[in-house]
Design a protein around this ligand. Structure first.
Ligand SMILES: Cc1cc2nc3c(=O)[nH]c(=O)nc-3n(C[C@H](O)[C@H](O)[C@H](O)COP(=O)(O)OP(=O)(O)OC[C@H]3O[C@@H](n4cnc5c(N)ncnc54)[C@H](O)[C@@H]3O)c2cc1C
Length: 437
């Protein structure tokens, strides 16, 4: 995700790193059961420990980090999910990186030029200037004029100028992973702003390091949460767990899918908060090349405006490695992710061939899809509030029966959509739990 105000400016966890519990859980009582080992869950577990509470994380995947994941399967690494430490001045990951001795650096040097294409054809200077003008007009209005009506981002853009909707869809598809008509303008406008940092050794690797020493059960999906008694009983793939309270950090679409059954049913307030939220489908796909750099410097961007909303931004050689990383979103990305990795890689390579010529195929070696919308543990990129639903995030963050807390990026208010907001939401849940235990 790029800085929201700057369009396009922007391994698997080693299991020995943490105490992984592969045995069946029994009736051992813990203060806080945390569902999900992403940014929210890991930070909540650390905060719980600092408060003297016992906490254990139950994680469906075989790795920690959730949507912050440094993927190394192509031999070179790329950030399959989060890349930027946004609003780094107040983002807890800045401090965590510092404490762990992990460098986090200013992103302003990560810029190798920007080229715009339409289905492989370079745009004329006039077309580029029209697009750029539309973008800057929209960007400036969004920065300077708060919308008082919670309409869709697309509607707000249409009211501004006929040129602007094109810029609006570019902004939301590639920054939020969703169509501009499905996103609340007021929710967007309340998001935190600030300077970005990046972690050259990997944002996902930072989370792996942070997970060390925590009590985490990997490959342990939670299938049911019963809070009808005085505590909480979790059904997991490895048995039943009893806890005094639970923090649920799974992504919104996972909650909506019903893969975790709640007893009794969640209150109407929580259900309607979930109705007001959705998830964009920001997707990345890395293509590995050997033997050439196609004359492109590190961090060069090729933005292909495609047709029918199939916008793709190709980022060349991040950190000087041998990968081109495609970023794309919306229904187009959902379709590409659903087609499976082989078809998705072939499709994206075809787009690059249209720009670079047949050499792109000749030097291509392998590809990797980070199709979050097709993965059962995420079912999307990150949350969006639907038009008119900017209050949904705060409603989701309300405790249920003083035993269940929903945390994670979707409930993080002005920090939502980010790993920083997710961590803060985990800390907030622990603060509230400490008051009731
Ligand atoms: C392509 C992309 C780019 C992004 N770019 C940025 C960026 O540059 N900067 C930024 O700050 N943010 C970015 N984000 C958003 C950021 O990654 C998320 O906001 C953040 O990681 C969410 O953390 P979380 O803890 O709320 O959720 P998650 O990281 O999703 O953690 C939830 C965990 O719950 C687990 N889980 C799911 N179901 C179950 C179950 N039934 N039982 C047990 N465990 C379960 C999941 O496996 C997961 O590990 C990006 C996201 C994507 C997809």
């Amino acid at each position: 995700m790029t800085n929201r105000r700057q369009f396009l400016a922007g391994s698997i966890a080693a299991p020995f790193l943490m105490s992984v519990r592969a045995r069946a859980q029994s009736s051992a009582e813990i203060d806080v059961a945390i569902i999900g080992a992403g940014a929210a869950g890991l930070h909540a577990a650390h905060r719980a420990r600092a408060q003297g509470l016992t906490a254990r994380i139950f994680e469906a995947r075989h790795r920690v980090g959730g949507r912050v994941y440094t993927n190394t399967t192509l031999g070179s690494s790329f950030e399959a999910g989060a890349f930027y430490i946004h609003w780094s001045e107040s983002n807890p990951w800045t401090e965590i990186a510092k404490n762990l001795g992990v460098a986090a650096v200013d992103d302003s040097n990560l810029w190798g030029g920007f080229n715009v294409f339409a289905d492989g054809r370079p745009l004329s200077p006039e077309e580029r200037s029209r697009r750029r003008g539309g973008f800057w007009r929209l960007s400036s209005v969004l920065d300077n004029e708060a919308s008082h009506v919670d309409m869709s981002f697309g509607e707000a853009a249409r009211r501004l100028n006929p040129d602007v909707p094109e810029a609006a869809s570019g902004m939301t598809l590639l920054n939020l992973g969703e169509d501009a008509d499905r996103v609340s303008i007021r929710d967007y406008q309340r998001l935190n702003a600030g300077d970005d940092l990046v972690v050259p050794t990997g944002y996902g690797k930072l989370l792996e390091l942070y997970a060390q020493g925590l009590d985490i059960s990997l490959e342990t999906p939670v299938t049911a949460v019963d809070f009808s008694g005085s505590g909480v009983v979790l059904e997991t793939a490895r048995g039943t767990v009893r806890a005094r309270t639970a923090i649920i950090t799974v992504p919104v679409n996972v909650l909506k899918s019903g893969s975790i059954r709640f007893t009794p049913a969640l209150p109407a307030r929580t259900l309607s908060a979930l109705d007001g939220l959705g998830m964009g489908a920001l997707t990345k796909l890395a293509l590995k090349f050997e033997g050439t750099k196609f004359g492109q410097s590190n961090w060069t961007q090729f933005f292909d405006t495609g047709s029918k909303g199939d916008l793709v931004n190709f980022e060349f050689w991040p950190f000087g490695n041998d990968l081109v990383v495609a970023h794309f979103g919306g229904d187009y990305a959902r379709g590409v992710a659903a087609s499976g990795e082989a078809a998705a890689v072939d499709h994206m390579l075809g787009k690059l061939v249209a720009i670079l010529g047949a050499d792109a195929r000749k030097f291509f070696r392998s590809g990797k899809l980070a199709g979050w919308s097709a993965e059962p543990a995420s079912l999307g990129g990150y949350s969006i509030a639907k038009p008119g639903q900017m209050a949904a995030r705060d409603a989701l963050a309300e405790p249920v029966a003083n035993r269940l807390w929903f945390a994670g990026e979707a409930s993080a208010g002005s920090g939502s959509m980010t790993a920083g907001g997710a961590a803060l939401s985990g800390a907030r849940a622990i603060e509230m739990i400490r008051k009731v235990l």
